[in-house]
Design a protein around this ligand. Sequence first.
Ligand code: BG6
Length: 493
Amino acid sequence: MAFKESFLWGGATAANQYEGGFDEGGKGLNAIDVVTNGSATEPRCVTWKKADGTTGKSPISWGGEYLDFPADAEPALVDGFYYPSHTATDFYHHYEEDLKLMAEMGFKCFRLSLNWSRIFPNGDDPEPNQEGLAFYDKVFDLCHQYGMEPLVTLSHYETPLSLMIRFRGWHDRRMIDIFENYAKTVFKYYKGKVKYWLTFNEINAMEMCPYMGGGLLDDNAQNRAQGAYNQFVASAKAVRAAHEIDPEMMVGQMLAYQPAYAYTCDPADQVLVLEHDQQMLFYTDVQSGGRYPDYQWKKYEREGIKLDDEPEDYELLKNYTVDFLSFSCYGSGVLTTHETEAKASGNLGMNGVKNPYLETNAWGWATDPQCLRLALNTLWDRYHKPLWIVENGIGWNDQIAEDGKIHDDYRIKYLQANIQSMDDAVNIDGVDLMGYTMWGCIDLVSNGTGEMKKRYGFVYVDRDDRGNGSLKRIPKDSFYWYKKVIESKGSDL
Ligand code: BG6
């Protein structure tokens, strides 16, 4: 089957993993600029310093574990550590070459994030940094020259460090207006150039990795709940502002979606899946559905969580739901109340046990040929908002073969199955899907591990886990395959 003419095929990236130029063009530091590299077994760490000059590092929390960050420390750059975001794969200096490659594949859309601290170095400066604005302006102009629609995330784990130091994260209500001002500034500046916006990448990362998701240093259940609340309100205000500034603009939410299966038919396992789904869909129930769901109020009541809220916030949440619902989905997870040995891992630490029916990559992420159809149907039936898959793909330690090429048939196989699965959702189930942007369309730094060797791209970038390499770009076999997929509107897989 095929996808409609207007379907937005493309690829996705994020500034903190791709852009580099961390101290160029007047940019300030952001949350990730003080996060070290890690590996499949070693966590990434946020480095810090104290007033007395002591320095140290705290492992970034994943999968619900709380971040243990000293109360009297500030996140900071510390000598002797390697910070992968600083150069990343250097879009800052390679954007012309990279956009050309994307255009060659026939991209209709390119997802990137604005590095908030490139626009406002401290997050809330009185005036934006003109050099930062000009950089993305050049990028958007070139995108349009190539017929690519930009899809722009306002905050992809890039909370400006100065805000984190002053407010210690998104649980501080002042963040709402600061974000609204940032959003308004870029909506006005890029009016006519950017139609599609996302507010917070994987907003539910607040729960699984609140340092990344919410810039939270003082991590506990109360702050996570308040952080999510503040982001919801900020996002609703951004939707309102976008519509006022340019009625053509569409603002989406972005959720990390992972279908969960029960490991056994024990009813207790089904309840576990229900609770997992509630915790994931709570974020869409608010941003796409317009109200806090009852199960969440009950949860807060049980846990003694009290929100610092205002009645008019709930009006905003109801009146300014998102225009479309986008999500990431890499595979599925399996949950059980029973003891099993084979543990699994997944995006943002959405762990569980191993699915015996599925293959995994070297990082233990299960590749599930049906996950997109499941995700799309659940979200479509629950909200009836247009959907957009803005992340999907497979991390692999690609090697350059003797012929100088990268034969990534495993990636093609993964994408064939996943695109077929979204085709089924559209053409069998009637889901309204706006587009598909494959994650990490050009190699970039892994968010979870900080590694370079966990590669996703159609284009290889010569750079290793310690920052060595020429940054040369080499199209992989999947580059030519994806070009053919786009040309055939998805019918030639
Ligand atoms: C999502 C993020 O969590 O998944 C991306 O939005 C991230 O930033 C992607 O890179 C893949 O995860 P990882 O850990 O393999 O980079």
